[in-house]
Design a protein around this ligand. Structure first.
Ligand code: BTN
Length: 325
């Protein structure tokens, strides 16, 4: 990702005032016309750069795209997001993950983050479509977890906790997790997670954790979505720095993911519970086999929701839809 254009950008970022083309070309050992070409490239990526014959180039405003350069500059992780793939537009970042993992060695992709400005065919849980206009955070994290397959849902739990924590820390908004993997602010959905698992027998080949958060999106752009939705910008009353948010999210995710890898399921479950909007509520559960009501009383170390039905019987739900009453 460190192509020459970003090295030019670093020079501009390091200076308070304008920098002449001559200075840049001298310090980087490239021609002045190459400097001009890279400035043009940066402008095309959304950086606002003022150019004057007399003074040179001055960075006015950074790009508001979710460019790997902007995210990685802020990234405090060891392996999550150290490799990134960026798309201005793609059908679905999970589809990109599937393709990459199909072509190469999944272990080499461990921790890779695929980012898209917009998705034209985003998918949600249960095959639903996921509206993904520009301004959101649409990512897929590719993982090759070394955990028992029956604990794989914990990867989604780690993701949900990371999203809730990142929203709380960056924006001071009270994000909550609705089982199994929806992120809510108040009674409106702001994000969701989707885990795709590729396994043979009980061996995990790889998994894809898709995360979508409505960040700088006006609720009008989500009109096609049936449920009540919100976005971070709608809650804050202004647009926010998506790169800083994503860097925080990835850091929060890495530390929770490491808890799973080291078998500390209880610590993660405890944290998930502290953000849960579901526990303690009356819920209606729809699974492939049945629909029933009861009280959501707990979540176990496999991510299953524990329901006490009205007749006192306890049900363990590993997959399904949950409507909170
Ligand atoms: C849900 O709540 O139904 C889960 C939504 C998951 C959406 C994300 S956006 C990035 C990734 N790519 C997709 O196509 N889906 C996930």
């Amino acid at each position: 990702m460190y192509n020459t254009a970003f090295r030019v950008l670093e020079v501009l970022e390091a200076s308070d005032g304008p920098v002449s083309g001559e200075q840049i070309s001298g310090s980087m050992g490239i021609s002045r016309s190459a400097v001009w070409k890279h400035i043009k490239e940066l402008k095309g990526m959304g950086y606002e750069i003022e150019a004057s014959q007399k003074e040179g180039y001055r960075l006015i405003k950074k790009s508001n795209r979710l460019l790997p350069y902007e995210v990685q500059k802020r990234l405090r992780t060891n392996f999550i997001g150290r490799k990134m793939r960026y798309y201005e537009s793609t059908p679905s970042t999970n589809a990109v993950g599937r393709q990459l993992a199909g072509e190469g060695e999944a272990a080499d992709l461990h921790g890779m983050v695929i980012v898209a400005e917009e998705q034209t065919g985003g998918t949600g849980r249960l095959g639903r479509s996921w509206v993904s206009p520009a301004g959101g955070v649409w990512i897929t994290i590719v993982l090759k977890p070394g955990i028992p397959i029956d604990h794989v849902f914990m990867v989604t739990m780690a993701g949900s906790v990371a999203v809730a924590r990142a929203i709380r820390k960056e924006f001071d908004l009270g994000a909550l997790i609705k089982w199994p993997n929806d992120i809510y602010i108040g009674d409106r959905k702001v994000g969701g997670l989707l885990l795709e698992l590729f396994a043979e027998a009980d061996q995990i080949h790889y998994c894809l954790l898709g995360i979508g958060v409505d960040v700088n999106i006006s609720p009008g752009e989500l009109l096609g979505v049936k449920r009540a939705v919100t976005s971070i910008s709608a809650e804050m009353g202004h647009d926010v720095d998506r790169a800083a948010f994503l860097a925080r999210l990835l850091r929060e995710f890495e530390s929770r993911y490491l808890l799973i890898e080291s078998g500390e399921y209880e610590a993660l479950t405890r944290e998930w519970k502290s953000f849960s909007s579901t526990l303690g509520n009356r819920v209606t559960i729809n699974t492939m086999k049945a629909t029933f009501e009861g009280e959501a009383i707990d979540i176990d170390e496999f991510g299953a929701l524990i329901i006490r039905k009205d007749n006192g019987k306890i049900e363990r739900v590993i997959a399904g839809d949950c409507i909170e009453r």
